[in-house]
Design a protein around this ligand. Sequence first.
Ligand code: 1GP
Length: 237
Amino acid sequence: MDKNLLDSSKFNVLALIDPDQKNDNILDELIQSINSNNFSGILVGGSSIADNQFHNRIKKIKDKSTKPIIIFPGSSEQISQHADAILFTSLLSGRNPKYLIEEQVKGAKLIKQYSLPVISAGYILVGTSLNTSVVSISQTEPIDPNDYENILNHSLVAQYFGMKYIYLEHGSGANNPIDSNLVKFLKKNINIPIIVGGGITKKDEIIDLQSAGADFVVISTILEQNPNFDFINAILP
Ligand code: 1GP
């Protein structure tokens, strides 16, 4: 099932929509622009949602979108039947049991009840900034981006656990993307596909990450800031 949804035999760009109140007035335009552009799917999720409207918003996104909808849950509260799959992550770079295993245990029953296809991924936070929302919500520190061996060891853990992907996260709104040399290094040393997100805002950056061996890139903030079709079309390779 996940093979069709996240097809790593080709390069993919995924849009991430934070189903938060702050995006309500751009949501229709953004979904339209994503539908008409070359995205392989839409991730839906966020580390903190200001109200309790997650379920209504993901339903709206699912109803209006022509793309596969994959939940990228910020917590076990973000599990919905209005999706095609769920990215089932464990924050392997951190040592907070809540995001390593506890939220997953809380959510498992509902995932089964909804028969949601599960796509497992080792979620690895890399960077130097302690100001990102993923750092403050997860209460974990990112791995030093220059410590390639440590990042590789975490990636191998994901692979050896049988996870289908690693997700290298630089933090939403990061000033720049993860260094493509790191992606190149990991690509040589692991054999599961690599998803890269955080701080990607330009076409060159997407192409650079693709050339380095990223199988998927995820973009969010730049889409929220510029939801119109032409702008989005211009940054996609
Ligand atoms: C997805 O957190 C990213 O992994 C999204 O990052 O908001 O910086 O695009 P941006």
